[in-house]
Structure formats: C-alpha cells, structure tokens
Design a protein around this ligand. Sequence first.
Ligand code: SF4
Length: 327
Amino acid sequence: MTELLEIENLSVRFPVRKKGAGWGGKTYLTAVDSVNFTVRKGETLAIVGESGSGKTTAALAIARLVTGETTGQVRLEGKDILPLQQEQLKAMRRKVQVIFQDPYSSLNPRQRAEDIVREPLDSLTGKSASEKAAIVDELFAAVGLRPEQKRLFPHQFSGGQRQRIGIARALSTRPEVIICDEPVSALDVAVQAQILNLLRRLQADFGLTYLFISHDLGVVQHMCDSVAVMYMGKIVEHADRIALFSNPQHPYTEALLSAVPSVDAKRREETRRILIPGDPPDPLNLPKGCRFASRCPIAEPRCSESEPPLKQAGNGGMVACHLREAG
Ligand code: SF4
C-alpha cells in the first residue's frame, strides 16, 4: 500500500481576544500543534481524544474546512492541498469528503433526500442530469435506502437512515478519503453497529481511506488499522491498533483504554479503571513541559521542565512521554 495522505507539521490557530487588552488586543489559541502522520490507501487511521483535544479541528483542516490559520503541509497523492484555490480546490474536494457527526443538523431540512445526495455532484462536477440521477440511484442502494425514499425530507427518516443519507452524499463524488467525524456518536447503540458495518463494507467496495475521528475507543477498536491519540493539540501516542490496545504506552492512552467496557469477564477483573484527575491546562497559557503533567499519575519533576517529543515507543509505535521512550 502507498501513502495516500501525508500530514507534516500541521498547526491550526484561531485569533481570540486578549483578556484585559480591550477590543484591539488579540492573541492566538493553538488548537492543533505540529501534528504529523501518514495514512496509506485503503487504511483507517483513528484520531482519538477528549473534547478540546484538537482531533476534529485537525481532520477538518485536512478537508480545508476550518476558518483558523492553518500552516504545515497536507499532501494528498504527493501534492500539498493547503495552498490550493478555486478550481484546484474543487478537484481536491471531490477527493476528500466528510461524514458529519450529527445526522440531525448536518442535513438541510428543506431538501429532499435525493437533492442532498446529489448536491456535491452539482457543485463539484460537470456531470449531466442523467449521470447524476444514475449515481444517486446507485448510492441509495449502496447505503441500504429504498428508491421510493428519495423524495422524502430528512424529518421523515430515523437517525440511522439520516446518517445513511450523509454517507451517500459523501460518496457521491467517488472520493479517495472520507473524514468520518464521530459518525455514530449521536446514534443509539444498536444503530451504531449497523452504521459501522456499513462503513466497513463501503470501504471495501469503494476502496476508501478513512480518517475516523472519535472519543470512543470501543468504537475505534472495531474500525481502525492504526490510532493517533491527541491531547491539548498534540499527538501523544501513535501506533497500530493491536499494539495500542494490547500495550498502550502513554499514561493518557492507558487511562482512556481503562474506561472501555469489555465483554471479557477476566479482562474486566484485570483492568483497573484509571481516573484522570483535574482539568486540562488553559490552552492560552500552556505549561512549558508536558501538557499532561498536571493530571499524570506517574509525573516526575523533569516532566514539568521540558516537553517530551514524539519518539519510538516499546510497542513499535511512537509516544511523547519522558518515561516511556523505547529503551
Ligand atoms: Fe506523564 Fe511525564 Fe510522561 Fe508527561 S512526560 S505523560 S507527565 S510521565
């Protein structure tokens, strides 16, 4: 498999008003800080972390959908897509599509289902009306919706069916990469499994590459080939799925994994729930050392002195922790 997506030093920052500096004074909140990773064609990389970790901002920056100041490189098939404008940007948007988190708010309530699915074809391609109609028919079948449902409005569908419409819309331009932004977190557990199975089948049928954003490691475990864990805008651990779930290296990953319920009674007994005390640091006033130090159960004095870089870990992946580097 070849590298389809290469992310190098990706940072995103947003201007915010400086406290006590009046309307003119501003500072920047760095939501994503020098993130690096690659994804091979046909693979699924999960980006996980708590709310505010920067995972969604990083993914949407890759789709050129954030308003913040974005720097670094996002190479799709070897070409940096961050500087693209107009027609080139349109071509890129055909290749990178998004499935949004909330199937209730992400669909226009005044559009019929067939118009929603056809919309990217209207705005991004020059296909004829008959070609577009044929694609919409094919996609309704591919996501498990019936032909007679094409004329219905979003409120006439269940939550799971609405997400199927969102998936069909994302597939309409035959993208290479789909960013799945918490695609099942707004759905009932029983429906979640159906949508996850659908996403896996479509990945095989259409040769898709997924960036799968989630805070739920239970879901991630069934979907991904590799996992990047983010905390306060940084990747703190990145490893293949089996290594990360069987031998997590970063204390934050360990705590997240300890909260995943297991159906295995023995594993349930063996796994002690690790609670993460305290709050994350102020993103406008980050510490000079490890950003996890104030909450880390194994922190040492040196952790507050210098920021740990991402280095080779004992499980074959990468970890940003002074105490967990390989060797
Ligand atoms: Fe904890 Fe120190 Fe590792 Fe940070 S560098 S995760 S504070 S042990």
